[in-house]
Design a protein around this ligand. Structure first.
Ligand code: ZN
Ligand code: ZN
Length: 173
């Protein structure tokens, strides 16, 4: 996923990339890619300073945080970064200095590899509590049945008590 700096005209250039799922390492147990990663970016440059904006799309396998079933998750992330060329020696010492959504990155050897940036942003944008469905009913805490598929008669009257602050607000007026 390399971009040669000299290939970017000063008017800017669009690039599209598609890399297979195994080209990105995700933390084990979090999620796994089940599709290629598709990326579209627009690059502009001023001498060796390059600004890149675009998006990446990928599909993951992950575990629903309520019912623990395997579920497919489609993710689209925004990419935005400024890239500055530095020497190889400095490159070895450098760390990315991030600021809000826009990243500041370094490159050397007259080319930018977008893969590390994309891998990092995909991991950061994975939801902490993925859901198979917004209305996932989860697992019954008593019998362990998946309540999306099975009904059980455990019953849990406390579950429907409603807003715990209700009486608090009622007392106010
Ligand atoms: Zn679920
Ligand atoms: Zn139950």
């Amino acid at each position: 996923m390399e971009i040669q700096i000299k290939d970017i005209p000063h008017s800017g250039k669009d690039y599209t990339f598609e890399v297979p799922p195994d080209s990105i390492d995700l933390p084990k147990g979090v999620a796994s890619l089940n599709s290629s990663v598709k990326t579209e970016v627009h690059c502009t440059r001023r001498e060796t300073d390059v600004y890149i904006v675009g998006n990446s799309r990928a599909s993951f396998w992950t575990e629903c945080s309520r019912c623990l079933e395997n579920t497919a998750l489609n993710l689209r992330v925004k990419l935005e970064g400024y890239f500055q060329q530095i020497s190889t020696e400095k490159m070895a010492l450098s760390e990315e200095v991030g600021e809000e959504d826009v990243g500041y990155y370094y490159y050397n050897n007259n080319q930018i590899d977008l893969l590390p940036m994309i891998a990092e942003i995909l991991v950061l944008d994975l939801p902490t509590y993925p859901l198979c469905d917004l209305n996932c009913q989860g697992i019954c805490p008593e019998c362990g049945r998946n309540k999306n598929r099975d009904t059980c008669s455990c019953g849990n009257p406390q579950e429907h008590q409603g807003n715990p602050f209700k009486s608090f607000f009622q007392n106010e007026d």
